[in-house]
Design a protein around this ligand. Structure first.
Ligand SMILES: [Fe+2]
Ligand SMILES: [Fe+2]
Length: 294
């Protein structure tokens, strides 16, 4: 059981990657333990949790469900706090997939940011995106179930594609039986642009709404990274291009760049968070200052 006030969260996007391009990204890289040290039941339990999260997501996230979530959370009437407040609020989430870590979730935020900073020193907005990309997970602390917070995202309002992980669970989704929604384009027009489609509800879309509605000045490629980093069927699976605009293909390159830094490895050095805070506070003051509405 997690300590009182903490919420257990498993992000299957960051812990379960079935694509062959991530074959080197496996349990050994994510833990101090050798793979042989894992007891079988721990692996089975994790697989079960991942599958159950996707079963609920694919069964319940219909087009109307997503619209209701956008309506509810998009009002940003839940809280007011700064970006750094939210970074440290994430420490109340416990990684349910990893029994041998006690690292605060803010470590993932700073590690991602620092890896980006080392490779792209001149793009300060990119460093900030690394820090903030998962802040939408605060939804879990406000009672949203995991299948509405974490995991890969994919379009609703058109046919569910085989490129989506655990796609077999979509057969229980009522939209699969809808004669309009269950077509290649559904309610959308060819190459209408991703900004005009509804993706399954989760921490990506929520954080995009927080940033844009608070008037944050992060460049549009950075906003695309926040909004689409869990859209694996697109940025890693090469699917849904028939809904993309020319602009989306430009964003795709940036989202793929970002993705290299997101999947974390415990072989990374632990960031010295107190020493880094003033640098990131400067970026926050530049791009998304003060109290934001959440
Ligand atoms: Fe994420
Ligand atoms: Fe992440």
């Amino acid at each position: 059981m997690p300590p009182i006030g903490f919420v257990q969260l498993l992000d299957p996007s960051e812990h379960f990657r079935p694509e062959s391009k991530y074959k080197d990204y496996n349990a050994d890289k994510r833990t101090k333990k050798d793979k042989s040290e894992f007891r079988q039941f721990e692996e089975n339990l994790q697989t079960e949790r991942v599958a159950e999260t996707y079963r609920l997501m694919h069964t319940k996230q219909t087009l109307s469900f997503v619209k209701e979530k956008i309506d509810k959370w998009g009002k940003l009437d839940h809280s007011e706090m700064t970006i750094l407040d939210a970074v440290f609020m994430l420490d109340s989430l416990i990684d349910a997939s990893d029994p041998d870590t006690d690292l605060p979730n803010s470590v993932h935020a700073f590690q991602t940011a620092e890896r980006i900073r080392a490779k792209y020193p001149g793009d300060d907005w990119f460093h900030l995106v690394g820090l903030i990309h998962d802040l939408g997970k605060v939804l879990a602390l406000w009672g949203e179930p995991q299948y509405c917070v974490v995991g890969d995202t994919s379009p609703v309002g058109c046919a569910f594609q085989k490129s989506v992980v655990f796609h077999q669970f979509f057969k229980e989704n009522p939209d699969s039986l809808d004669p309009v929604l269950n077509t290649e384009y559904g309610i959308y027009k060819p190459n209408c642009g991703l900004e005009n489609i509804f993706l399954s509800w989760g921490h990506d879309e929520y954080m995009y709404q927080v940033l844009t509605k608070n008037g944050c000045k992060i460049p549009k490629q950075g906003l695309a990274m926040v909004r689409y980093h869990s859209f694996y069927p697109w940025h890693s699976g090469g699917d849904y291009y028939h809904l993309c605009s020319e602009e989306d293909f430009k964003s795709l390159e940036w989202v793929q760049k970002f993705n290299e830094f997101d999947l974390y490895s415990k072989s990374d050095a632990l960031p010295d968070i107190p020493a880094l805070t003033s640098y990131y506070q400067g970026l926050i003051d530049k791009y998304c200052p003060g109290q934001l509405k959440w």
